[in-house]
Design a protein around this ligand. Structure first.
Ligand code: SAM
Length: 246
């Protein structure tokens, strides 16, 4: 079965491109300052960016002296803009499906992914590929939509009798497809519990050394009040793992 490729839908792409994070890049992504702290030094590293989209991180990595960056995405339209906005010859973009991706063993020092893995159906397979592709001591850093956000049937906050804002969490342990209305109808994402993300990585032999459940700081909320919902349920799950050096 072919993977869902909603980013090539023109109506979806028009809406997605208008998001602050796609207009301003990493500076418009409120979680970037924290995600960045999970990353190792890029200098001289061979980096893979899974679900690279418009290539914001791929360009950042090369500007921070990565030896090479391989940006991978299933969407030809996302990659078209990524290529148009990238001048560095050390960045290569390839149109590939993460669900059937192959990478050469020990070919990467850093594997990164921002907000793409919750579209991947076979995470076990992809994480095994990533683990084999990392060199000893190499790092995996990724962010996904937080499972408390991705789980519920309803994506609308409710109000308690006391007037408290309530996130209607249900179906947390019912993993699998979630079909959402986000810019267009029928956007398919994959919900997984936090433990599944962690254990899937651990089962490949990588060591998880940091997890972040990202919510906004007071400064973030002052700058962008709409982020305050992240105090009730985190927006993003971030994870860093390392391939043991021996
Ligand atoms: C939310 S965007 C994130 C883009 C970029 N990483 C960023 O943070 O700006 C998710 C990206 O994952 C890509 N994607 C989704 N499913 C994929 C798959 N099966 N294989 C490769 N890329 C995929 C989409 O095309 C899209 O570019």
């Amino acid at each position: 079965m072919a993977s869902h490729n909603i980013y090539d839908d023109p109506d979806f792409l028009a809406g997605y491109s208008s998001l602050k994070r796609q207009v301003h890049g990493l500076d418009g992504a409120p979680e970037w300052p924290v995600l960045r702290t999970l990353l190792p030094d890029m200098a001289g590293r061979r980096v893979v960016d899974l679900g690279c989209g418009f290539g914001w991180f791929s360009r950042w990595a090369t500007e921070h002296d990565a030896a090479s960056v391989l940006g991978i995405d299933i969407s030809t339209r996302m990659l078209e803009r990524a290529r148009a906005e990238t001048t560095a010859t050390s960045v290569e973009y390839r149109c590939l499906d993460l669900d059937v991706l192959d990478l050469d063993p020990r070919s990467a020092d850093v594997v990164f992914s921002s907000l793409a893995l919750h579209y991947v159906r076979d995470l076990d397979r992809l994480m095994s590929t990533v683990s084999a592709a990392l060199v000893l001591g190499g790092s995996l850093v990724f962010s996904v939509e937080h499972p408390i956000l991705s789980a519920p049937t309803s994506q609308e906050f409710e109000s308690s009798a006391q007037g408290d804002r309530i996130w209607p969490l249900n179906n947390y342990l019912v993993e699998g497809e979630r079909v959402r209305n986000w810019f267009v109808d029928g956007v398919v994402k994959q919900h997984r519990a936090v433990a599944t993300y962690v254990n899937t990585v651990l089962d490949t032999g990588l060591i998880v050394d940091r997890i972040v459940e990202w919510g906004p700081s007071a400064d973030d909320i002052e700058a962008r009040p709409e982020l305050a919902d992240g105090l009730h349920r985190p927006w993003f799950l971030m994870l860093r793992a390392t391939k043991p050096a021996t």
